[in-house]
Design a protein around this ligand. Structure first.
Ligand code: URA
Length: 216
């Protein structure tokens, strides 16, 4: 297939990592006291990755949302439910995947009493890339799935574009293979039912590419 594993640049999270922790539990505990950027100040919880230590697949989102910040777990809110449904339709068991984010604290703006998602900036993404890189070094997955633009920048740098490159599996030199796709929250924002369904099916088509990386 023409598109199988074209080389790509590695993003900040794939730079050589010198974390001391030798287990995910120890890494998580180190991350609890992270002060690399200011996002910890207003967050309720650090939201570290979650899933089996021997996962072959790692799914990477952007950052925790309101529900994830309160629960301290990734992808437990509306985007997470949609992700679960699409994974199921693609024939993939989420419980076999390790799920994490490019940025580990919730960034938001207050609108009245509501906490509205605010996109992490490049500096916040870059500082947090260190933790994602350390997770990946410990996990050594077969495939990483970059969900949306922030995960793509963290893993693959700024030359890869989600809408242009979605569905491709890229492999930065000497690194793990990375599937590029959209973030499930992009589907939540589409209002027109026909368009929404078309985009949902395209997302499931991308996710089906994970199956070739799972031992049966
Ligand atoms: N969106 C993300 O990118 N990650 C989460 O954990 C939840 C919503």
């Amino acid at each position: 297939m023409l598109d199988k594993h074209p080389l790509s640049d590695a993003g900040p999270s794939l730079e050589r990592n010198h974390a001391d922790a030798t287990t995910l539990e120890a890494l998580r505990s180190d991350a609890e006291s992270c002060r690399r950027c200011d996002l910890y100040r207003n967050a309720t919880h650090l939201v570290f990755g979650d899933g089996p230590r021997n996962a072959e697949i790692v799914l990477v989102g952007e950052q925790p949302g309101d529900k994830e910040d309160l629960a301290g777990k990734p992808f437990v809110g509306p985007a997470g439910r949609l992700l679960d449904q699409c994974l199921e339709e693609a024939g993939i068991d989420r419980d076999r995947c390790y799920v994490t984010n490019a940025v580990k604290h919730f960034k938001y703006q207050m609108r009245g009493k509501k906490r509205l998602h605010a996109r992490p900036n490049a500096g916040e993404m870059q500082r947090c890339a260190w933790w994602l890189g350390a997770e990946l070094e410990l996990l050594q997955p077969k495939l990483v799935v970059a969900l949306g633009a922030t995960a793509v920048s963290s893993l693959l740098g700024s030359k890869v574009r989600v809408m242009r490159d979605r569905g491709r599996i890229l492999r930065p030199s000497g690194q793990v293979e990375i599937l590029v796709t959209i973030h499930p929250s992009a589907l939540l924002r589409i209002r027109e039912p026909g368009e929404k369904e078309k985009s949902r099916l395209a997302f499931i088509r991308d996710l089906k590419k994970i199956r070739g990386f799972l031992r049966h």
